[in-house]
Design a protein around this ligand. Structure first.
Ligand SMILES: Cc1cc2nc3c(=O)[nH]c(=O)nc-3n(C[C@H](O)[C@H](O)[C@H](O)COP(=O)(O)O)c2cc1C
Length: 172
């Protein structure tokens, strides 16, 4: 509970490298996520190459902080034509949330950085080119990971009474 309630997006990282066994643990937590029809439609590209991380930080205007992370994990969706696209994408999002929480529990910081474009495919295309991802695989998001170089206080949350309904939808 504490891990869930204290996690924040971290966008400033120390230079310290992260041992591979810690990254393995984060990925292991990702693959334990629930998925539609238990398809486990995720793949993970672990990026440590500085040149590639630099390029990933330039895919759109909300990604520059990625450049400072020692490791960046790109989450991809591997689905067949028969699979429901949104169900498979949501499954990858579940894996991402597990990984964000795992990173936080291990004293690391991360931040969901969006890739999946839905209609526009320009950001996805850049990621495909940088990481050699085939057309049949959809890059969904990337998680830059590093030891936090910022502390973040609790965020303002919507009031529970404004977001919860009992037995039926009630206009507020
Ligand atoms: C689907 C999704 C897409 C996001 N895309 C980005 C992004 O591209 N760049 C970024 O800096 N943060 C991104 N975020 C992080 C949000 O800005 C962040 O989760 C939100 O402000 C709440 O802050 P918190 O994570 O500290 O609780 C994204 C989060 C989600 C869930």
């Amino acid at each position: 509970m504490e891990c869930i309630k204290t996690r924040r997006s971290i966008r400033k990282y120390k230079e310290d490298d992260i041992p591979q066994d810690i990254i393995d643990e984060i990925i292991d937590c990702g693959r334990h996520a629930p998925s539609g029809h238990n398809k486990q439609p995720w793949s993970f590209i672990i990026v440590r190459d500085r040149n590639k991380i630099e390029k990933l930080s330039k895919i759109h205007e909300w990604a520059p902080f990625v450049a400072n992370a020692p490791v960046c994990i790109v989450l991809c969706c591997t689905r067949t034509k028969e699979d429901y696209k949104s169900v498979m994408y949501m499954s990858v999002a579940c894996a991402a949330q597990n990984m964000l929480l795992a990173a936080h529990a291990l004293g690391l910081g991360s931040c969901w950085t969006h890739i999946n474009d839905f209609d526009e495919k320009s950001v996805e295309k850049k990621v495909r080119e940088i990481l050699n991802v085939p057309k049949s695989i959809d890059p969904i998001c990337m998680l830059p990971i590093g030891y936090p170089d910022q502390s973040r206080s609790a965020k303002h949350l919507k009031d529970i009474k404004d977001i919860v309904h009992f037995d039926k939808w009630k206009n507020k």
